[in-house]
Design a protein. Sequence first.
Length: 331
Amino acid sequence: MSPMVLEKFLRYLGGNRSSNKEIKVGHMDNNFREKQACIPGFPPSKMKQIQMFPDNGELDREKFFVLNGDASNLRPTANVLDSTGNMINQWTVDGNKIRLTLFNGVTLLKKWEENEIISRTTGFEELEQRGSWVDPKTDFLNVIWGMYVQRKEGTKSGYSFFSRSLRHNKDIHDGMGGTAYKGNLDIEGSLSVKKEIWHTGGYQFSKKYQATKGSIFDKRIGYAVGLYNFVYDDQSLGVCVMQFLDELCDGSWELKYLRCDKENMGWGKLGEGGGEKFGGKYDQLISWGSPKVTFRWDNSVTWFDSPFAYEFEVTNEMISTAKNAPLIEPR
């Protein structure tokens, strides 16, 4: 393998590298909690020790948890006993377009800072070379994020958890910041994936798969999404998308969905509707990291608790699983 190809793969897979471009952002003390257990089988990364487990009892004062969309008035709403008999605080938030953003505990961006980064990024080729929106040493890349949710009102739209983006705003560099893989959980209990190559026109949708025995309406359930990069044996690049459920709410997370987006598999649109809009491939892989993850739901009342996000260790077993996993099926 040539040194150039090797460098490309190392950049793609992530690691403890410095950004080759100075990006000035706000930084915070990395004093987040490490007491919460991670999803079994997906240990935290030893190379990139980036994780966020906010104190669920202090979300109203949690400075890393940012409200976007029209979300407002984050507040406690109920208490529930967990499987060990401990009382868990449930929270809710007002608004029709809820976007709850959890940063990595190191970098906290204001909206104008995100706009500035997006505006001065030339396109997808630069993002691939940087390996990250802000800093590959501290941005989430191979990441799992989730929370416990309970839908109280509204059944038309479910939950959409996404990462690998900055601001989803069509007025900032024509929406280039809205790159993301999105895990989707419907109230009927089905799982699907959306790839957003840019905002708001570069959407790709997958088929749905039923993951629960019935509706999850008014049931507290754990939902988490995971992403990691890997390289196929033919040296094609891939992104593995995973979705987990904890239906018993006792930490017994189950992997319910695992499919992959592969370089040149054709999951995109030609021309302005795909990655070519920003100098990439029409079926562009979203291969770069971001300092944040986002939890979304619309037009509903949802109670939630225990949000988390952490960079995890990608093992050889995970890479082998991804290489042999089915590709994402377009809708």
